[in-house]
Design a binder for this molecule. Structure first.
Ligand code: ME8
Length: 518
């Protein structure tokens, strides 16, 4: 049966932890939203879920931003981290944890992983001479750089590089080529989508230099154990957040035993190398299991242009939510772009999606069905009579689509997951038109009741399904059918949760009003 709960299954999903040098924008909201949809879906599917997000607060970039703001880095991060917490609440994210890398538990975990790497012989002391981009907090090899104006060296990401020469500890990344290639080979789903997997594999095949993992020229970071001159490289510290949050270095108790290795690290394509190359190497070097999967999604542009502070076209999630509505924005972000590809935010496309798919297709279906129940049945859910083939087909389609929905989300194909639900929405609209309950009203009230019942059941399924993407709207749809709060998970898909005839339904209100441009 499609709605069956798995037993004792867990699901650990993480967003990146965001740098606190900037205000949150649509790109940050996008990544965490994808995690939120997965977390909500898995909860409805009976999993024990841990969904983590947070802020990355160390490193030179944050230190410089604090300096520019004229405050000490701790006060600065306290303030800016709060903006990301507020964004998460405002976007209705259902995270179970919010981690800050300046928390004491995180220094403990970072120092513990460092110590394991050192004891296992993967970290040694040397001197770093090379290029560093503060914006990316990343080291680059000479042959990766191009010449910019004023003789500056520019990284492939567009960030300016500076020459760094200082004592540094190194991680023996050059020795990890074979183990990593073997790991990718044995775990073909570790990196997604496929095109990104190929990029990572060719990067690793190209050979890697040892990685500088400590700095001495500034102070804003986690101290290297037993060498107070050094602080840890911000990415080693940052990546460790994923195990800090589940209790590392305590590997023997929950939540670590329950949730590690993580099921999914969701990231943008800009930070895939850190997650798919460095992180599994660090973990294996420390004798810990790598995560099960890393998904690198694409990049948003604004009306065709790269989003950047200097261009001044940053999209503030609050602004668009104020204009279009929260669930409308959540829907658009997950529906507009085949997940994994780059996407463009344009006014025209969001308005189109709201008016055609939300308002016309889904909103009208619910509104016209429930108004007929109000008008013809005095607001009491009618009892169905014998079902025709068309009725049975409608009911079965609504219940069985859960299987395709689940598969799409396990592949992080959010757009296809929504499309599979919309196949049912369109089938239900065709069913209303064919059955024409308004014409049956006088001639055949028993048949009219059956059709309205089948439609109400279809809307119940749609209400359940849209909850991960549009939690508030899903709740409103289910409220209108008087579905009890404990009957809204996937266990209640199909006959198990069928609506009870005779239930008095509240007066319907439109769930998705049309967007009228003023
Ligand atoms: O990289 N389109 O943090 P960060 C889509 N602290 N996604 C975007 C985006 C856009 N235009 N702009 C940003 C860091 N993102 C590190 C991560 S994790 C251990 C440490 C999203 O604040 C996307 O997920 O620069 C990208 O990977 C992330 O924000 C970068 O956030």
């Amino acid at each position: 049966m499609s709605g069956k709960k798995p037993s004792n299954e867990t699901y650990y999903v993480t967003s990146p932890i965001y740098y606190v040098n900037d205000a949150p924008h649509i790109g940050h909201a996008y990544t965490t939203l994808a995690c939120d949809v997965l977390a909500r879906f898995k909860r409805l599917d009976g999993y024990d879920v841990y969904f983590l997000t947070g802020t990355d607060e160390h490193g030179q970039k944050v230190e410089k931003s604090a300096e520019a703001a004229g405050v000490d880095p701790q006060a600065f991060t306290d303030r800016v981290s709060q903006n990301f917490r507020e964004l998460a609440d405002f976007m209705n994210f259902s995270h179970d944890g919010f981690i800050r890398t300046t928390e004491p538990r995180h220094a403990t975990a970072s120092q513990a992983i460092w110590t394991s790497l050192r004891e296992n012989g993967h970290i040694y002391l040397g001197t770093y001479n090379g290029w560093y981009a503060v914006r990316d907090e990343a080291f680059y090899a000479e042959d990766e750089l191009t010449d910019g104006p004023d003789g500056k060296k520019i990284a492939p990401s567009g960030a300016e590089c500076e020459w760094v020469e200082e004592p540094s500890y190194f991680f023996d990344l050059s020795k990890w080529q074979e183990p990593l290639l073997k790991f990718y080979d044995e775990n073909p789903d570790f990196i997604a989508p496929k095109s990104r997997r190929n990029e990572v594999i060719s990067f690793v095949k190209g050979g890697m230099h040892d990685l500088s993992v400590s700095r001495t020229s500034f102070k804003w970071g986690v101290d290297v154990p037993s060498d107070e001159e050094h602080i840890m490289y911000v990415w080693l510290d940052a990546l460790t957040n994923y195990i800090t949050a589940v209790g590392f270095p305590d590997k023997k108790s929950e939540p670590y035993t329950k949730f590690w290795p993580a099921n999914l690290h969701m990231v943008g394509k800009d930070i895939l190398r850190f997650h798919a190359v460095y992180w599994p190497a660090f973990l294996m070097g420390a004798g810990l299991a790598p995560p099960k999967r890393v998904y690198a999604h694409g990049w948003w542009t604004n009306e065709g242009e790269k989003i950047s502070k200097s261009v001044g076209n940053i999209i503030d999630p609050r602004e668009i939510v104020d204009i279009y509505g929260l669930d409308q924005v959540r829907y658009f972000l997950m529906r507009e772009v085949p997940f994994g590809n780059d996407g463009d935010f344009s006014r025209r496309s969001i308005v189109n999606r709201i008016n055609s798919e939300l308002s016309n297709d889904l909103g009208n279906l619910a509104q016209r069905t429930l108004s007929m129940v109000g008008r013809y049945c005095e607001g009491v859910l009618p009892a169905p009579g014998e079902l025709t083939d068309a009725d049975k087909e409608m009911r079965s389609q609504a219940a069985t689509v859960l299987g395709a929905y689940r598969t799409h989300l396990d592949n992080q194909a959010f757009h296809e997951a929504l499309e599979s639900i919309w196949v049912v929405v369109r089938a239900a609209n065709a069913y209303v038109d064919q059955q024409a309950p308004w014409a049956l009203h006088k001639q055949d009230p028993a048949r009219r009741d059956t059709v309205l019942y089948v439609l109400a059941e279809t809307i119940r399924h749609l209400g359940i399904y849209i909850q991960p993407f549009m939690p508030d709207s899903g709740a409103v749809m289910l409220d209108q059918l008087a579905v009890p709060a404990d009957a809204r998970d996937f266990f209640h898909v199909g006959e198990d949760g069928a609506l009870v005839a005779g239930t008095i339904l509240p007066k319907p209100v439109p769930v998705f009003p049309r967007f009228v441009d003023e």
